[in-house]
Design a protein around this ligand. Structure first.
Ligand code: AMP
Ligand code: MG
Length: 403
């Protein structure tokens, strides 16, 4: 079956989602509950922004042609504060005292900051020249009435909330959150409330997956643990396919009891790929059955987490109605020399430290892809592309943030 390179696999996920996703009708939510959701309508300017020429300084509204030979005395004609308007026109040799956020009076074409003036009773002396338009934001210069401000399909954050508040939108059409069925598999896996036998392990994947789904603004639907028995596995998968996405963990390698792919095939699943050249993570199934996408992630906890971040996260973005799948990669300088085996893209648990202008990333010690403890000491993954076998300390490398 198809094993893809990392970048091809990512593109396949995005391409298949664009081709086959079907989005439920949007719902309306109050503006203050819209943060983190995906906008299902476009938002247009209901008036010009700003709606009047706005002063961005406290000072004096002037005619810049008056100020060619500073210092210049100007007669103060009046005062205008934010929320008011000056009733009248600024003529040659005159000015109006003005506050930040106030409309610039007719006749004036610049605002001189109060710091550059000297008061003299009804007069003020201006100490410098000004360009036309200085310290004024022109009417409609940020947006014109009717202009598109926010596109359908963007994720709403605090800036978008502010923009919608500014146009007076108190309810917002957003896409529904996708329901994500979570199905860990494995005869050795027990519920966390149970006492594990000597060769059993607790179901940590079920919980990391719920946490990751929630972080992507999806609704986790935990289905319990599936045994390594094909008939029961098939039943539970069928149940999972009733959600908007099904994410399994374990049972996708080539072992005798790795039955996930077999169970999916018996449910007439179409499988787009069944492996990715990456570490951790290589066995990884992505496909679609009965109109629902699914991922069979490898069971090793770090593999489950890394493949989720790399593939399920962009899938969930598109299933949530987003137009683009975010790529949360940064770059930092490597903290120490590094060697890798060729052929696999690697995601090494690492710590990002240093300052804004000198970020450094250093891999943490780890004992393979079952080592959850190492990941709690890391705050990111250092990304080594396939084909790169040696990187020296100080070189720039890719970083995938953990949260
Ligand atoms: P598998 O992919 O099924 O071969 O599992 C690979 C490794 O991951 C095995 O050591 C499993 O015990 C472990 N594993 C599988 N499922 C889970 C789970 N839900 N939580 C924690 N570890 C798991
Ligand atoms: Mg297993």
């Amino acid at each position: 079956m198809a094993v893809l390179k990392f970048q091809n696999a990512r593109e396949t996920v995005i391409h298949k989602l664009r081709q086959f996703r079907s989005l439920a009708p949007p719902q309306l939510v109050p503006l203050n509950e819209s943060s983190g959701r995906v906008l299902a309508e476009s938002v247009v300017a209901d008036r010009d922004f700003p709606p009047f020429p706005r002063s961005i300084r406290d000072g004096f509204a002037v005619r810049h042609t008056d100020l060619v030979k500073p210092p210049t005395p100007l007669r103060i004609k009046g005062l205008v504060k934010a929320g008011d308007a000056f009733n009248g026109t600024v003529a040659a040799g005159e000015c109006v005292e003005i506050m930040t956020g106030a409309p610039v009076p007719d006749g004036a074409d610049a605002v001189v900051m109060v710091e550059h003036t000297r008061p003299k009773g009804d007069w003020v002396e201006v100490e410098r020249r000004l360009e036309a338009g200085e310290n004024i934001v022109g009417r409609g210069s940020e947006a014109r009435r009717g202009d598109n401000l926010l596109d359908r399909g963007i994720r709403i954050g605090y800036a978008e909330v502010a923009m919608m508040a500014a146009v007076g939108k108190d309810t917002v059409a957003v896409f529904r959150k996708p329901r994500v069925a979570i199905l860990p598999t494995g005869d050795e896996v027990v519920e966390i409330g149970a006492e594990p036998g000597p060769y059993q392990i607790r179901n940590s994947n079920g919980f990391s997956l719920q946490s990751q789904v929630a972080a992507c603004h999806g609704i986790p639907v935990p289905l319990g643990i599936a045994p390594d028995r094909e008939d029961r596995l098939r039943e539970m998968i069928a149940e999972g396919l009733r959600s908007d996405l099904l994410v399994l963990s374990g049972g996708v390698s080539v072992g005798k009891y790795d039955l996930v792919e077999k169970a999916l095939t018996s449910l007439h699943a179409e499988i787009f790929f069944s492996g990715v050249f990456m570490h951790p993570g290589r066995p990884l199934v992505f496909g679609r059955a009965g109109g629902t996408f699914f991922f069979g992630l490898p069971g090793n906890p770090l593999s489950t987490m890394v493949t989720f971040e790399s593939f399920v996260r962009p899938c969930l973005a598109l299933l949530s109605g987003e137009d683009a799948a975010p790529v949360p990669f940064l770059r930092a300088r490597l903290g120490r020399d590094l060697r890798r085996k060729p052929g696999l893209a690697s995601f090494l648990p690492a710590r990002l430290s240093g300052s804004n202008d000198d970020p450094t990333v250093t891999p943490v010690e780890w004992r393979g892809s079952g080592d959850i403890a190492c990941l709690t000491r890391a705050n990111c993954y250092l990304v080594v592309p396939e084909g790169v076998t040696e990187i020296r300390a100080g070189e720039w490398v890719g970083v995938l943030l953990r949260d």
